[in-house]
Design a protein around this ligand. Structure first.
Ligand SMILES: O=C(O)c1cccc(C(=O)CC[C@H]2O[C@@H](n3cnc4c(=O)[nH]cnc43)[C@H](O)[C@@H]2O)c1
Length: 219
């Protein structure tokens, strides 16, 4: 089915239940190694850098559950990142948020491997999953109000999902010149905190399915 060739892929998940879901989906495919990033961009960057220092990989994937921006990605759907964006990396001002790009201190945006993201999304849709490609935001504090969700959506055009590790994983990959991707299985809506509405088992099932499809995409 697939025509994209990779020899060795590193997958980083924040927590063990996400790692287990990815491993179930991969079904023992020996091209993949799945390691723990821990929660948040700093741990994710450090743990990814450690893994890349000892292994030879040609693709790195940040994978996990995440929040979905309501108009773009519903609960149970899958979002493939077009870019991994550190959405709160910058400065506040009376006129609003100023990104590190605008401040002149590097960039808060790392492009994903577009070819793989597009092929993976196409294969997921063909397999009957709800999936899209769009910007995935990395935050240090999960969004918990409608006002914050609107501010993020206004800051990042087309914002599709939110997580806490993608930009960290991608930063470590970029330093080693390894292409990176992020996938978020949507467990909750980005917005007012409503823990009872989180659908983590459903999201983990979608994550498992996504990785079973990926084994076919990467022939
Ligand atoms: O219990 C809570 O209210 C609560 C609030 C924020 C985050 C959590 C987590 O357990 C998140 C840890 C984990 O999940 C990813 N994640 C999932 N949904 C979101 C989200 O809406 N915004 C940011 N991160 C999210 C995240 O990548 C962490 O790895 C619990």
């Amino acid at each position: 089915m697939g025509n994209i060739q990779v020899k060795k892929v590193l997958v980083m998940t924040a927590v063990e239940v996400e790692r287990a879901a990815v491993l179930r989906g991969l079904g023992g495919d020996g091209r993949f190694e799945v390691r723990l990033a821990d929660v948040g961009p700093a741990s994710a960057a450090a743990n990814t850098a450690l893994a890349l220092a000892v292994g030879d990989y040609d693709l790195v994937i940040s994978a996990g559950i995440g929040g979905g921006f309501a108009e773009v990605a519903g609960i149970g759907s899958l979002v493939l990142a077009s870019e991994m964006i550190a959405a709160d990396l910058g400065a506040e001002s009376a006129e609003g948020f100023i990104s590190v790009d605008e401040l002149g201190f590097g960039s808060a945006r790392i492009p994903a491997d577009h070819a793989i993201a597009a092929s993976w999304c196409e294969a997921l849709l063909a397999a009957g999953q709800r999936a899209c490609v769009g910007p995935v935001l990395t935050v240090c504090t999960a969004t918990g109000s409608a006002a914050s969700a609107s501010a993020l959506a206004a800051r990042v055009k087309g914002a599709a999902a939110e997580g806490m590790e993608g930009f960290g994983v991608a930063t470590a990959a970029k330093l080693r010149n390894v292409p990176a991707l992020e996938i978020r299985a949507i467990s909750n809506a980005v917005g007012p905190r409503d823990r009872a509405a989180w659908r983590i088992p459903e999201a983990l099932q979608s994550l498992e399915k996504a990785f079973s499809v990926l084994t076919e995409v990467l022939s």
